[in-house]
Design a protein around this ligand. Structure first.
Ligand SMILES: Cc1cc2nc3c(=O)[nH]c(=O)nc-3n(C[C@H](O)[C@H](O)[C@H](O)COP(=O)(O)OP(=O)(O)OC[C@H]3O[C@@H](n4cnc5c(N)ncnc54)[C@H](O)[C@@H]3O)c2cc1C
Ligand code: SF4
Length: 555
């Protein structure tokens, strides 16, 4: 059978590709290397801390099984992250490759922060000369942001900022008193800096069968109410409802098969993860959504006489320009006021201070280009925060523990990373995994621009807290490796020129028109906003284009 479409990977972007293609009438095969996870199959979602064997503490066994992943997961969510021993890779330099191999991918565990990009971002490469120019601008993607936001549900505040366009928001979550205090203080000193509530894909009112968020802040365990967006709760059910979707878990795609005669891809090779059987599946179009590094490794592994260095790699850009945001610098502090204020519930998001650096043509004369936003959280210490204050026991200690502590704020900068050619992924010539696939090498480090930006973040965060009357201020730059912000992107970039980029303005491989790559690998620069909303919008846009081209007989 020849499918109309194959989608590789069922995470945030692959779920969107499957939904859009199925809803447009295409018989679609969704290939996912991990196990199936049906919506509701969230075994830890409703467990209390004392119902976990190890009381939610990371054990030595966890560290042995997941030395990399345990930097991003906890015992409540670890089953949605890979076992690092089963899925090795080679770190030429330290890089945490955080992965979730299952139906839904990392959509089950993501932080749900959703921010649009603006032309400040789409024009950045052209303006300062780092990387190649994006082949699209904000106007090309704006309607697709709206389309995606309406389906996934994004709660947020409209702020009217040109550098962070507003979206089609559900009602926002609320700032608490310490965050409002910090907001006022920052605004009084710097009019261009705005502290606002985070924009998150958590529902503040129901959408269809998905219920409103109950403010449990346990989202990384899966939400039985479907109150945050995941492929499992949202896009995959929508795709299945069309009757056009065939979902095949345990299907490791090893390569895309290129047909020299038609100059198109004709299908994919798959290894069944359980039986080790090899299969081929054919389709008219292929969407590659195996996550940035996963997709890039499939393309690099897809060699033919026409493409000896990997499918669509005429430019040599495939695998290069790996980016990840840095989120290592910031500050925290305590405030002695507001002792008569408290709140109930656990809001599943913090606050955001949108980018305020380098937004006015470099007037500020900073020693770095691009910018960062600040993400943070204000809270009053509760008993779990206080239990390490003393090793006492007894009624007095219990009474003290259950008395709320001081208010505090923690905040850090999510900073743009430039596209550097030397930051790259490539395939091992000798080492293989248990499915016979070449291991991925990752070679990544942050450059001088990112390091100077981190210093600016640390200093300005410290200043903002000092000016707002915080005490015990700790300013920091952690030594975090790349990968830990989990926004890896850029290794099959879009561009105007096939000599310097892999994909065109519609996410099509320049010289293999029926292959579309719409996950983070397509990104030409990283901006500083959390990127998944942009992956979803680009995916929906590319799917509409692909179906239109199919109908016109162009593919
Ligand atoms: C803890 C955490 C917090 C995050 N917070 C945010 C946030 O707040 N905002 C934000 O924008 N982003 C956030 N992210 C990042 C976000 O999760 C990713 O950007 C997003 O999931 C990428 O979508 P994707 O479709 O490219 O990949 P994924 O969601 O990772 O899905 C890829 C899928 O492809 C499958 N796959 C891989 N290789 C193959 C193969 N060879 N064959 C078949 N299938 C394959 C995988 O098993 C997986 O299911 C966070 C991530 C983590 C881990
Ligand atoms: S905080 Fe809201 S979205 Fe998250 S798991 Fe709880 S109810 Fe679901």
């Amino acid at each position: 059978m020849v499918y109309d479409a194959i989608v590789i990977g069922s995470g945030i972007s692959g779920g969107w590709a499957a939904k859009e293609l199925c809803e447009k009438g295409l018989k679609t095969l969704l290939l996912e290397r991990g196990r199936d996870v049906k919506h509701g199959d969230y075994p830890t979602a409703l467990l209390k801390p004392w119902e976990f064997a190890d009381r939610l503490l990371t054990t030595q066994k966890d560290l042995q099984d997941q030395p990399v992943q345990s930097q991003a997961c906890d015992p409540g969510s670890k089953h949605f992250f890979v076992n690092d021993n089963d899925h090795p890779y080679v770190q030429d330099s330290p890089f945490a490759w955080i992965r979730g191999y299952q139906v839904g991918g990392r959509s089950l565990v993501w932080g749900r922060q959703c921010y649009r990009w603006s032309d400040l971002d789409f024009e950045a490469n052209l303006r300062d000369g780092f990387g190649v120019d994006w082949p699209i601008r904000y106007k090309d993607i704006a309607p697709w942001y709206t389309y995606v936001e309406k389906f996934i549900g994004v709660s947020g505040q409209s702020d009217g900022l040109p550098q962070l366009p507003d979206g089609a928001f559900l009602s926002p979550m609320q700032l608490n008193c310490i965050e409002n205090h910090l907001k006022e203080s920052i605004r009084n000193k710097n009019e261009e800096r705005l502290l606002t509530i985070a924009r998150v894909a958590n529902l503040t009112s129901p959408i269809g069968s998905r219920g409103s968020c109950l403010n449990r802040n346990l989202c990384s365990r899966g939400c039985p109410f479907g109150a945050y967006f995941s492929s499992n709760s949202s896009t995959i059910p929508a795709a299945l409802a069309t009757g056009n979707l065939t979902l095949r878990p345990f299907s490791v795609v090893s390569e895309i098969i290129y047909d020299d005669t038609t100059r198109r891809a004709k299908g994919v090779r798959v290894i069944d993860m359980l039986t080790m059987q090899h299969y081929e599946f054919a389709a008219r179009i292929i969407f590659v959504n195996a996550s940035t590094i996963g997709s890039t490794s499939i393309l690099l592994n897809s060699k033919s006489a026409r493409f000896p260095d990997g499918l669509g790699n005429d430019s040599g850009a495939l695998g290069h320009n790996l980016m990840d945001h840095h989120s290592a610098a910031g500050a925290s502090g305590q405030h002695e006021g507001f002792q008569d204020s408290y709140y109930k519930g656990r809001r599943p998001c913090g606050f955001l201070i949108p980018r305020y650096r380098n937004i006015n043509n470099g007037d500020e004369k900073l020693d770095f280009v691009r910018g960062y936003n600040i993400q943070g959280d204000g809270e009053r210490a509760e008993w779990p925060d206080r239990m390490y204050e003393s090793d006492e026991t007894g009624a007095d200690f219990k009474a003290r523990l259950t008395t709320p502590g001081k208010w505090s704020v923690w905040m850090a900068g999510w900073g743009e990373c430039l596209p550097y050619h030397d930051n790259k992924v490539y395939l091992s010539k000798t080492k293989k995994d248990k499915w016979g696939q070449p291991l991925v090498h990752i070679d990544f480090s942050f450059g001088e621009n990112e390091k100077k930006m981190m210093e600016d973040i640390r200093n300005t965060c410290g200043e903002m807290l000092t000016e707002a009357g915080f005490k015990n201020i700790d300013t920091f730059i952690y030594h975090k490796s790349g990968g830990l912000t989990v926004h890896e992107m850029g290794t099959a970039r879009m561009g105007r020129d096939p000599k310097t980029s892999v994909l065109n303005a519609n996410n099509q491989i320049h010289n293999v028109k029926n292959v579309f790559v719409t996950d983070g690998s397509c990104m030409t620069s990283s901006a500083c906003q959390n990127p998944s909303l942009t992956y979803m919008a680009l995916t929906a846009r590319a799917a509409a284009y692909a179906v239109d081209q199919l109908k016109k007989g162009e593919l």
